[in-house]
Design a protein around this ligand. Structure first.
Ligand code: THU
Length: 135
């Protein structure tokens, strides 16, 4: 699957975003080692704190279905009703959640108008990771 194809799936996932509070709609498409793709969107909550980001929705769906190793994730986000033309990078909590299941060369696929669809190695967006499995 190409970076562009995975990114297009993240746009599809974004259509399901539930974001009545922030009005910021996000989508993620997570590619498992098996080749299966897991889609996620943000799911907000009136108590704010329980809100789940698109990336974590995709990770939790995948892990709960038995997949634990991943090749890439594509992420997009923008205010509801607008095209996601600016870079939308995973938040810190989502980076840590991904970190549990991915290697340094895991691809984070993002889009911005200047660079287009581009893959960033996970190590670049989380250089100093905490990994309890290392102890
Ligand atoms: N959001 C994501 O889904 N992923 C991120 O990495 C950053 C933020 C969501 C959470 C919230 O529903 C909305 O975007 C605004 O923060």
């Amino acid at each position: 699957m190409s970076n562009q194809e995975l990114y297009n799936l993240s746009l599809q996932a974004r259509e399901m975003a539930y974001c009545p509070y922030s009005h910021f709609a996000t989508g993620a498409a997570l590619l498992g080692e098996s080749g299966k793709v897991y889609l996620g969107c943000n799911v907000e909550n009136g108590a704010y704190g329980p809100t789940n980001c698109a990336e974590r929705t995709a990770v939790f769906k995948a892990v709960s279905e038995g997949e634990r190793r991943f090749k890439a994730i594509a992420v997009c986000g923008a205010p509801e009703g607008q095209r996601p033309d600016k870079l939308c990078a995973p938040c810190g909590i989502c980076r840590q959640v991904l970190s549990e299941f991915v290697e340094d060369d895991f691809k984070v696929i993002l889009f911005d108008e200047e660079k287009g669809v581009k893959a960033y190695p996970f190590k670049k967006i989380l250089p100093f990771r905490f990994d309890l499995k290392e102890y």
